[in-house]
Ligand binder design. Structure first.
Ligand code: FRU
Length: 491
């Protein structure tokens, strides 16, 4: 049992390293009954620095056991982001006896005799369930002297063509390579230099197939692309996605170049990718993101450690007004940390009134279904005696859902932190459905079944104690309201 995890702001049901700096999730793979989570890690400091891969293992996606650093910098440089796969058929030749794991990552250094960054792709393998790793002697396996931003390989096996596919972030595009053996890579195509958002450098792509509307006969490919911080925009770093077709070589976007789909409307979900090798009988596409933002990640007001991951989430596709879109919900396994439920009966809130409830626990899941009636603005607020509060509010006139953390708690570390995050959202049958997860320093809001998500860090100086339902400029009917106490995963 770790001694840590009782510090101020320490996430209680999200993954965070015992100590020191963490950024992107890396190398997520399921193998022999274990979910592996590697991550960008600085083992000696709480700010970004020489990157290693930290490592944690879970049997249920919820409780994590920390393992020693898996990959450390070497003669090819630091270990930047990447992925891991199971080599079931020994395509590499590394596994004569039984299948094992291969990590594909970016080796980052500078060109000899110059300051110019050099990013090349390397591999390492493990024959003991990810506990120890051997770097391939022929590293790096993929390089390109013309490209400076050339990183974050995400690899999967494409059944139809029988080849490994790599999606790589290449500046303002994603480049696709294929390989028979994870060692020899061939260029296939480049996507996106004119599509989607180019407000920051493209990073951490992922490409996978999902059923549309739960119909296995209709599938689409999803391409996730994180885009780096742009000091001119208030959002900082964030993640977009594309929907399209993929034939093992070329990704074709279903939408026009100027269509931009955002994965999350909160500020703090970046560089997320999905687990590899989830068994077919499970069939889910499970995702986790880094719950931070490059705008202020290095300044967050925590001492012993810095950063946490989002909850693991199940991704799916639905057909909406803007075509096929991605939705997300917390992985079913979060039932592991649900405790006592408090269910309230239906209530009506007249114009400009509120109903205040004492939070039964500072770690809380809120589920609510609110019917608009004639209200102009309505929602839910959490607050403490220090006058710190975070509001989730729906503006009926604008058709807009927001998370307001302008006065949520500690924010002196960055001018960009206090913010109102917004998303256009249509009510369904005049109702707003919310699932909200409140941890010691974050809130995750899933609206209308996860069609719209907000992930937001919050640093209340004292835990929030009250939860308020409010209705302004007209009335609302709260059809259902439930508070579920949540447990720490670190006990
Ligand atoms: C994304 C990123 C990646 C890179 C890593 C370095 O957050 O910038 O592109 O591999 O972080 O830590």
């Amino acid at each position: 049992m770790p001694v840590a995890y009782t510090e101020k702001f320490r996430p209680q049901f999200h993954f965070s390293p015992e100590a020191n700096w963490m950024n992107d999730p890396n190398g997520m793979v399921y193998f022999n009954g274990e979910y592996h989570l590697f991550y960008q890690y600085h083992p000696c400091d709480t700010i970004w620095g020489p990157m290693h891969w930290g490592h944690a293992v879970s049997k249920d996606l919820i409780h994590w056991e920390h393992y020693p650093v898996a990959l450390s910098p070497d003669e090819n440089g630091m270990i930047f982001s990447g992925s891991a796969v199971v080599d079931w058929n020994n395509t590499t030749g590394f596994f004569p006896d039984e299948p094992g794991l291969v990590a594909i990552y970016t080796s980052a250094d500078t060109y000899p005799d110059s300051d110019r960054p050099r990013q090349r792709q390397s591999i390492a393998y493990s024959r003991d369930n990810g506990r120890t790793w051997v770097k391939y002697e022929g590293n790096p396996v993929l390089s390109d002297v013309d490209r400076t931003d050339y990183r974050d390989p995400k690899v999967f096996f494409h059944e139809e063509t029988g080849k490994w596919v790599m999606v790589l972030a290449t500046g303002q595009s994603v480049t696709i390579y294929t390989s028979p053996n994870l060692i020899d890579w061939a260029f296939e195509s480049e996507f996106g230099s004119k599509a989607g958002s180019h407000e920051g450098v493209w990073e951490c792509p992922d490409l996978f197939k999902l059923s549309v509307d739960g119909n296995a006969g209709k599938q689409k490919w999803v391409l996730l692309v994180s885009i780096g911080d742009n000091p001119e925009l208030e959002e900082g770093s964030r993640t977009q996605y594309f929907i399209g077709e993929f034939d093992g070589s070329v990704f074709v976007n279903d939408n026009s170049d100027d269509t931009v789909h955002w994965l999350d409307y909160g500020r703090d979900n970046y560089a997320g990718v999905s687990w590899s090798d989830i068994p077919d009988h499970d069939g889910r596409r499970i995702y986790i993101g880094w719950m931070s933002n490059w705008r202020y990640a290095n300044q967050l007001p925590t001492k012993e450690w810095r950063s946490a991951m989002t909850l693991p989430r199940e991704l799916s596709l639905y057909t909406g007004v803007n075509g096929v879109q991605l939705s997300q919900k917390p992985a079913a396994e979060i039932k592991e940390f649900r405790k006592k439920e408090h269910t309230y009966s239906e209530m009506t809130l007249l114009s400009n009134t509120e109903k205040v409830f004492t939070m039964p626990s500072p770690l809380l899941e809120v589920t609510a279904e609110i019917e608009k009636k004639d209200a102009g603005v309505f929602g839910i607020c959490i607050q403490n005696a220090n006058q710190e509060k975070t509001a989730i509010l729906y503006n009926a006139g604008k058709g807009m859902l927001s998370v307001d953390r302008t006065n949520a708690g500690e924010s002196s570390f960055s001018e960009s932190f206090p913010s109102i995050q917004t998303a256009i959202l249509e009510l369904e049958n005049n109702r707003l459905k919310l699932q909200i997860l409140i941890d010691a320093s974050s809130i995750e809001v899933f609206a209308n079944g996860g069609k719209t998500a907000f992930t937001s860090l919050l640093f209340p100086n004292h835990p929030y104690e009250e939860i308020v339902l409010f209705s302004n400029e007209g009335s609302t009917a709260v059809k259902s309201f439930k508070l579920t106490e949540l447990d720490s995963i670190w006990k």
